[in-house]
Design a protein around this ligand. Structure first.
Ligand code: FAD
Ligand code: NAD
Length: 403
């Protein structure tokens, strides 16, 4: 039996993959055994799921085999689903086995948050993971094929209704306005018959951007046929569509997608960790309060911005930065060295509005719109691939193709 400490990383998303990569670099094989657990044998680009859901990207571009990036000779790869963490016995319960750990990193990502809205779990689709996004793409195509073949099909079956006008909802609408004309052509359907509707409760979509950028985004999407309904709360979801606003009006659609918010993986709550709005508050070194050897990072973590006294939003940008601090701190614990504090370095934010359009606010607040913002988004996407798998992965999966 090996006496090396076991470092177990749960979830191979942005946080888990980058932590594992950094641990491989930080620690010699003699210092620790590294184990990475993930539901599937592939890592996917969560930040591209809206493209997958709309059908504007090849699914194979979104997925990367974990063993192509992380050598199974160096890291034990376990493809299984995490059910629960037994904190007391330092044990992870998987669907098919159990694992003992000395150091644990929980990076299981997000789940959609429906805030208890009646009917949402039963009737809406979610851009939650690779499979759930594939399902949306297939469902939309099915609705078009059905309409084409069934003379009695209702026009509303072609409508696509998206609940929540945050980043995910708006980026998805941006892909749809480009995809739908192509589907109309394929199934010989008049584009005028297909409604693409976004409903947002707040007075404006994308509230993190300033009003000029929001106005640009709205105009760009509306000109390409999207309907944007702001200041209107979704009260309920039925088989037919959303019930919205003070008058409980029904908006009918054949495809209903909820993009109204996210929370950390339910495994964390189930395992008895204290939850704040679906995530676990961690210390400055990213450990869970009261635990010497347990880190929670990525979308499961509630990391405070101490200057602004609010949590940082759950983003891939933050998840990758958590990974670096977390891997350094595990090395420090193993080597009995001081731990470092997490410091977020904000590189800016870009929201895509389809393949060739976007809005962004970068570095010192410089605003970008149109092709320059869309190019910036692709640069960010490609930078991640380069960090993860070097030039080989970038060439295989990158978005460097000219418009
Ligand atoms: P994830 O990337 O979600 O990875 C979690 C991993 O854990 C997955 O591999 C999953 O399969 C695995 N897993 C989950 N549950 C289990 C289980 N029970 N057992 C085993 N394995 C499990 N952020 C940005 O910074 N920039 C962007 O442009 C951006 N665009 C986005 C676009 C979309 C459409 C969405 C939905 C999000 C976007 N985000 C963006 C947010 C970003 O994707 C998340 O913050 C980021 O993915 C969080 O990383 P993570 O590693 O915590 O989780
Ligand atoms: P979000 O919380 O950012 O947005 C959800 C939106 O849904 C909000 O605008 C909210 O007002 C609205 N909403 C909630 N309840 C509603 C209701 N009942 N009726 C109508 N509208 C309602 O969630 P998201 O867009 O899924 O993003 C999740 C995280 O991922 C965020 O931190 C975001 O920054 C990140 N993300 C980033 C990017 C990017 O950087 N390009 C892209 C996608 C997601």
């Amino acid at each position: 039996m090996s006496s090396k400490p076991k470092v177990v990383v749960l979830g191979a998303g942005y946080a888990g993959m980058m932590t594992t990569k950094k641990l491989m670099k930080n620690l010699s094989p003699e210092e620790a055994e590294i184990i990475l657990v993930n539901k599937h044998n592939y890592h996917y680009q969560t930040t591209w799921l809206h493209e997958l859901a709309a059908g504007t990207i090849n699914p194979n571009q979104v997925r990367i085999m974990i063993s192509d990036i992380i050598s199974p000779n160096r890291v034990r790869l376990i493809y299984d689903t995490v059910v629960e963490i037994d904190q007391e016995n330092q044990k992870v319960i998987l669907e098919n086995s159990e694992l003992i750990y000395d150091y644990l990193v929980i990076s299981l990502g997000y789940e959609s948050n429906t805030f208890g809205i009646q009917g949402m779990d039963e009737h809406a689709f979610f851009i939650e993971n690779f499979e759930s996004s594939q399902l949306i793409r297939e469902h939309i195509e099915y609705q078009f094929a059905k309409y084409h073949n069934d003379p009695n099909a209702e026009e509303s079956s072609l409508a696509i209704l998206v609940g929540g006008g945050g980043f995910t909802g708006i980026e998805f609408i941006g892909e749809l306005v480009e995809k739908i004309p192509k589907l109309c052509k394929k199934y010989d359907i008049d584009r005028g018959k297909v409604k693409i509707i976004n409903v947002e409760a707040a007075p404006t979509i994308l509230p993190v951007f300033d009003k000029d950028l929001v106005a640009y985004a709205k105009k760009s999407l509306q000109e390409r046929g999207a309907e944007i309904i702001e200041g209107t709360k979704i009260n309920e979801c039925t088989e037919e569509g959303f019930i919205v606003g003070e008058n409980n009006e029904l908006i009918k659609a054949g495809t209903i997608v909820w993009t109204g918010g996210v929370k950390g993986s339910s495994v964390v709550e189930k395992s008895g960790f204290e939850i704040t709005k679906g995530r676990v508050t961690v210390n400055g070194d990213l450990r869970v309060p009261g635990f010497e050897n347990l880190f929670i990072i990525g979308d499961c973590a509630w990391v405070m911005n101490k200057v602004e006294e609010r949590p940082y939003p759950p983003t891939a940008q933050a998840a990758m930065q958590h990974a670096s601090t977390c891997a350094n701190n595990i090395r420090a614990l193993i080597r009995n060295e001081p731990l470092e504090e997490f410091v977020f370095s904000d590189k800016g934010t870009v929201a895509s509005l389809g393949v060739t359009d976007a809005i962004g606010s970068i570095l010192n607040g410089t605003k970008l719109v149109g092709k320059s913002a869309a190019t910036m988004k692709k640069v960010v996407d490609d930078r991640y691939l380069l960090l993860l798998g070097g030039p080989k992965l970038l060439l295989k999966k990158g978005k460097f193709r000219p418009f």
